[in-house]
Design a protein. Sequence first.
Length: 378
Amino acid sequence: MISSALKRRAREARTWMLETCFPLWADHGLASHGLFHEALDLSHRPMEADTVRVRVQARQTYVFCEALRMGWERERCERLIKMGVNTLKGPARRSDGLVGRVLRTDGSGLTDATPDLYDTAFALFALATAARTGEDQSLDAAHEILKAVDAMMADKEHGGYAETLPRGDMRLQNPHMHLLEACHALHLAEPRAGHLERARQIVRLFTDHMLARGTTTLGEYFAPDWSPLTGKPHDEIEPGHQFEWCWLLQRHAALTGEELHPAIPQLYAFALATLDEDGRAVSACLRDGTIVDASRRTWMQTEALKAHLAMLELGMDDPADAHAVESFDILMDEYLTPEGGWIDTFDADGQVATETMPASTGYHVVLAFAELIRVTGV
């Protein structure tokens, strides 16, 4: 049973997004030449820059897709979504169809054209989400990107995809995690197009290589053949990503109708044990749970909230509900501003450790709050 306390917080989340977050980023988050700003300062004013990351264009496109879905200023949302889609299918793309990393804010195109699986995943995620709002050119662009990714980035020998081109000397779980998220979004946009098969391949990669046997902890870095590394790249893990995979695996089961992944409760229990005494998620720990980096960012708290909600849907009513209330309160009391922004990073002593308000954080907050509203049904 979902508590009235959690439902109240879902209503608070809706109000914060509609009355402050969406207006702030629509009013102050727009740069010139049809681009979204990289960041605001801590006074909620735009920070001018010569470049902006492609992932910011994708994530902000997603944010305004959610704004539209929630009923906020339809014409404005549609205009901002179209702006983002035009960037992702145009200047953010290379001539070979792949997605680059960084755009010039003067409108002249890519300043870093390196193909990056992480940025590509978010481009696909945004295009899929935009398609569900009725943006009719989104899926064509997504299909072209996927075709290029399969042709040039697929690792047919070892599985998964090259994280960058040229290929690096380590494999990374994080870009594959977000590609899984993009596959789920693409499936929702076109259920008969086979996107769940690609998602299943990524889940198999997770099961066979990313998940450590015995400890049920999630690795971040691997050798080129996905074998374990030694030393710090192997020993340090990120609890935030453990939480994120809990949510993604629960979502995968819901979309496919398949059995729940058996690692979900172990991943969740491990990450839960690394929270600080007040319930905050921290940056890094060792495989035995020892905290090695107690700094904390907004996105870690949102992933904890999403994992609590996933476990609540799986029937862990009382503890998961209480943890979700706790995570929400941490976000609202410490990280989110009344004006619709956020304090992105605190150091290990709880001091503000940033001078900027990255636009990219909005994806994490809006998605977590959208999940809170969905699960509670308010």
